[in-house]
Design a protein around this ligand. Structure first.
Ligand code: SAH
Length: 463
């Protein structure tokens, strides 16, 4: 982060603008909106600034800039087209530690202006850190169109009731839930459509109800998909952003975690460096206890929670304790990796069925119905199969699969680190030996793998 974002209180504070052309006038407008006491120093006064001066909204000094003009100022803005003046202003301000902005001269600035969406008292500020103002403005226009014009009214409404709600709902967590609900639902609509009185009545009723009911937490068992954050569902994102606690493991990427609510507590339950993960029973218990203490818990799982995810076990415990939960499906590794590797899992000429199996070794063995899996015209997707790869290839061949049967190994599928290695049942174990494969990896066996030659489209970029 090159610039620290903050909102500055300038009401009745002395601010200096050097220059009085069109650009200066826009900055003056903005300062005036924030209630600043503005002094303008310039030799030529443009028409807009002159007009503002007539309304007594600012003090205009028609003179050359002098270093002591910055004395006592809170903020200084230089908007002249003369480099020497701009430099003098920047230097004078900097020497007194006064924040200074020189329009269109990032190197002379100690602060920069964001692009803003003004729904006062609600303000959205967007900045590209000076790297691309156009990009910031594009984003601003997206935000602009996403926020109803009456959003300011809603913020005002919330402000009016803030103290009351705080007084009646003592626990911060309960207040947050209350407001999240009130500001998104029917009450917000009433405010938007100008029915403030009715909104106030409904808010009171809602507050009475909230006060009387005992607050209980809940658990969202969320499929976070195979890695690419774009593959999250809308519901997953929404729930991640309202949860108080995020419980996640190894398969959930950093990029996805960053999309969760910023101040949510994040608890890692995956494998530690010592290679021990929290036992499943402890995870089940953790989720239940968090919910019982009133928290909204997002349990993030890679892929889909109900596909080799032990999601069923986690909610069984919640069920037993009468804790509310919901399950959000995710894109499972098979679907994600197959798509991003350009390998259709079914195809009229190749495979009429597709089977998902686990290749997890138990006492050195993989307990699968090999003769069924070795039959033609199907695709097999093997989760957790890297360690047992050799056993898998051998067993399939022993049960009648040709040694030339195509097989693909997809590492970190759908992410920018994705790697795909293709080969045959006969040669894959050898290929993998020196390939420095990293988990997670998924295995696809079947003639559909050949289609990758024509259908490969995703170009991962590890940088
Ligand atoms: N519930 C998950 C699967 C968990 S089992 C899902 O629906 O996808 C863990 C296994 O999933 C890993 O061993 C690996 O085989 C597979 N896997 C998960 N994400 C993957 C990814 N991005 N790339 C390759 N394999 C992945």
């Amino acid at each position: 982060m090159d610039y620290f974002p903050l909102f500055l209180k300038l009401k009745d504070q002395p601010c200096l603008v050097v220059g009085a052309g069109e650009i200066a006038s826009r900055k003056i407008e903005l300062l005036a909106k924030a209630g600043a006491r503005i002094t303008v120093v310039a030799l030529d006064i443009g028409t807009s600034v002159a007009e503002m001066g007539r309304d007594n909204r600012l003090v205009i000094q028609e003179k050359a800039f002098a270093a002591d003009d910055v004395n006592g100022m809170r903020v200084v803005i230089s908007a002249t087209d003369r480099r020497t003046i701009n430099e003098a202003v920047a230097q004078a301000a900097t020497s007194q530690n006064i924040p200074v902005n020189v329009v269109d001269n990032p190197d002379l600035c100690s602060f920069i202006f964001p692009a803003i969406v003004d729904r006062s008292p609600l303000i959205v500020a967007v900045s590209s850190g000076g790297v691309s103002p156009v990009l910031a403005r594009l984003l601003r226009s997206k935000v602009e169109s996403a926020i109803p014009a009456a959003f300011g009214l809603l913020a005002q409404f919330a402000e009016d009731f803030r103290a009351l709600v705080k007084d009646r709902l003592k626990e911060p967590n309960r207040r947050r839930v209350f407001w999240e609900d009130a500001l998104q639902g029917h009450i917000a609509e009433l405010v938007f459509s100008g029915h403030r009185e009715q909104a106030a009545t409904e808010l009171q009723a809602k507050l009475d109800a909230a006060e009387q009911t005992q607050h209980r937490g809940e658990v969202y068992l969320i499929g976070a998909g195979p890695g690419d954050p774009d593959l999250l569902t809308f519901r997953a994102l929404r729930l991640m952003q309202q949860a108080d606690v995020i419980v996640y493991d190894r398969l959930v990427s950093q990029e996805i975690l960053e999309m969760a609510r910023r101040d949510a507590e994040k608890i890692y339950v995956g494998k530690q460096r010592s290679n021990h993960s929290l036992p499943q029973e402890s995870i089940n218990e953790l989720l239940a206890n968090l919910a019982l203490s009133g928290k909204r818990v997002a349990r993030l799982k890679g892929g889909d929670p109900f596909i080799f995810g032990r999601g069923g076990e986690e909610i069984e415990t919640l069920m037993q304790q009468g804790i509310q939960f919901q399950v959000v499906p995710g894109i499972t590794a098979a679907a994600g990796c197959a798509s991003y590797a350009g390998i259709p899992l079914t195809h009229r000429d190749h495979a009429q069925s597709c089977t998902f199996v686990t290749g997890h070794l138990k006492d050195g063995n993989i307990n699968l119905n090999w003769s069924q899996l070795a039959a033609p015209n199907q695709t097999i997707v093997i989760y957790m199969g890297l360690v047992g790869l050799e056993t898998i290839c051998q067993s399939l061949i022993e049960h009648g699969c040709p040694a030339e049967q195509p097989i693909a190994l997809i590492q970190q599928g759908t992410t920018r680190h994705q790697r795909v290695i293709t080969g045959t049942l006969g040669d894959m174990p050898k290929r993998v030996e020196n390939a420095d494969i990293k988990p997670p990896t998924l295995i696809i066996v079947g003639t559909v793998v050949r289609l990758r030659k024509q259908l490969e489209w995703f170009q991962p970029n590890p940088n």
